[in-house]
Design a binder for this molecule. Structure first.
Ligand SMILES: NC(=O)c1ccc[n+]([C@@H]2O[C@H](COP(=O)([O-])OP(=O)(O)OC[C@H]3O[C@@H](n4cnc5c(N)ncnc54)[C@H](OP(=O)(O)O)[C@@H]3O)[C@@H](O)[C@H]2O)c1
Length: 391
């Protein structure tokens, strides 16, 4: 029987790669729902090929335009439609909207699916306790899709309490060996060009500033319920090894795969099935030159942020981190702040008294997180635009 699937953020890098795999295995899947913010050209192409039952376009103008033009397609403007469209649980959801906007739909779709694969790391960072509650309440399976977390998850076989230490690898992004003088003049077009991965703009900038690794450390701390001091970062420019897990029983396991997000996505789609993706030769040359090095917060000042999250609970400070970073990246992409300004301002904002105290406050509901996100984005913008004007 065909499996029903939905993709939140189907026009993005992860969404499109998920659909590429579905296309090659069309007989096994039925695409139930696809969503985009504003890319109606891409979603119309996807509609033609995959014939989803429903699509969501969150941008109001694009939604109204398409609703008038395409009378035959069932289109919604927001994620409040879940209750109307899901009569029973579907088989698989890929949560791949970028940034904080992924949080609400991710939490709300959990009850309508048997399995959710979450690529949207921001939702895990801000709302893990709410996500985990919904997962347990609705008996929904969860697979992390970020390559490092997918690797750790695969290595552990659900025995997370056996983990002693985790080493997450970092390619180092486009500026691993770039000197500070040059970093001062980095433009968005340089920052979005990742040397190893082909990703959306937002995560590419996060990789360049190394905020992405800060996110991944916090993400790992939450998913695997491990003290942040037990999670280390190693620079590894080839990105062949994605994670190393040292277990309490003396074993250490390493997971390698090519720099291709289709590998974790494929494995989440074909969980417990024997199916070949495509043949990969083991790259002995790369294995002989793994070249791991510790990574310094002198080169990447954003890594200093990790210390602020050394507590074990889930807190609202994580929402401050994600929201301020979302705003700073947007300001940088619009040439309103400098590349180095992203990390500098992120640290300043996290250290503001009004936010620092949120480290002891647990998120209790979605509305509270959304409200804080709006406040932090406004505050970040006002602080940056003022200081930018003074430059
Ligand atoms: N790409 C990777 O290799 C990779 C690896 C690990 C983890 N991740 C994580 O996966 C998530 C997606 O990354 P990506 O690289 O695929 O991003 P992307 O290429 O920028 O795509 C983002 C998707 O989300 C949609 N979207 C953006 N803003 C939205 C909003 N306000 N409301 C509704 N939909 C919105 C986009 O629609 P439009 O097309 O209309 O903009 C697009 O479909 C991120 O959280 C990222 O950190 C990505």
């Amino acid at each position: 029987m065909k499996r029903n699937i939905a993709i939140l953020g189907s026009t993005g890098s992860i969404g499109k790669q998920t659909l590429e795999i579905i296309k090659k295995n069309k007989k096994q899947f039925n695409v139930f729902l696809l969503s985009t913010n504003e890319n109606i050209v891409e979603i119309l192409k996807q509609v033609k090929v995959f014939r989803p039952k429903y699509i969501i376009i969150t941008n109001k103008k694009k939604f109204e335009y398409l609703k008038k033009k395409e009378k035959k397609i069932k289109i919604f403007n927001n994620y409040d439609c879940f209750k109307k469209i899901f009569r029973k649980k579907i088989d698989y959801v890929m949560s791949s909207i970028s940034g904080f906007e992924g949080l609400q739909p991710t939490i709300e779709i959990i009850k309508f699916t048997k399995l959710i694969a979450i690529a949207n790391k921001e939702s895990i960072i801000c709302g893990w306790n709410l996500i985990n509650y919904e997962l347990k309440k609705n008996k929904t399976k969860f697979i992390p899709i970020d390559s490092e977390h997918f690797s750790i998850w695969s290595l552990c076989n659900n025995k997370f309490n056996q983990i002693d230490e985790i080493f997450i690898t970092a390619s180092g992004g486009p500026f691993l060996n770039t000197n500070k003088k040059i970093l001062k003049s980095i433009k968005p077009k340089h920052a979005i060009k990742h040397p190893k991965w082909n990703m959306g703009k937002k995560i590419s900038v996060d990789s360049a500033t190394m905020v992405n690794k800060v996110f991944e450390i916090i993400e790992a701390k939450k998913i695997f319920n491990i003290n942040i001091r037990k999670i280390k970062i190693l620079s590894h420019p080839d990105s062949y090894v994605h994670a190393i897990v040292k277990f309490k029983n003396g074993l250490t396991k390493i997971l390698i795969h090519d720099t291709d997000m289709k590998i974790p996505i494929f494995n989440s789609l074909f969980l417990n099935q024997t199916k070949s993706i495509f043949s990969h030769e083991l790259n002995i040359k790369k294995l002989n030159n793994l070249n791991f090095k510790p990574i310094s917060d002198k080169q990447f000042p954003s890594l200093k942020v990790i210390k602020l999250f050394s507590y074990n609970n889930n807190s609202l400070l994580e929402t401050v981190l994600v929201s301020a970073n979302d705003e700073l990246v947007e300001l940088f992409l619009n040439n309103k702040i400098s590349f180095l300004g992203i990390s500098e301002k992120l640290i300043t904002i996290l250290k503001l008294n009004e936010f620092k105290k949120l480290a002891s406050k647990k998120p209790t509901n979605l509305a509270q997180i959304i409200q804080l996100n709006r406040y932090v984005r406004l505050k970040t913008r006002s602080l940056c635009v003022r200081s930018y004007d003074n430059v």
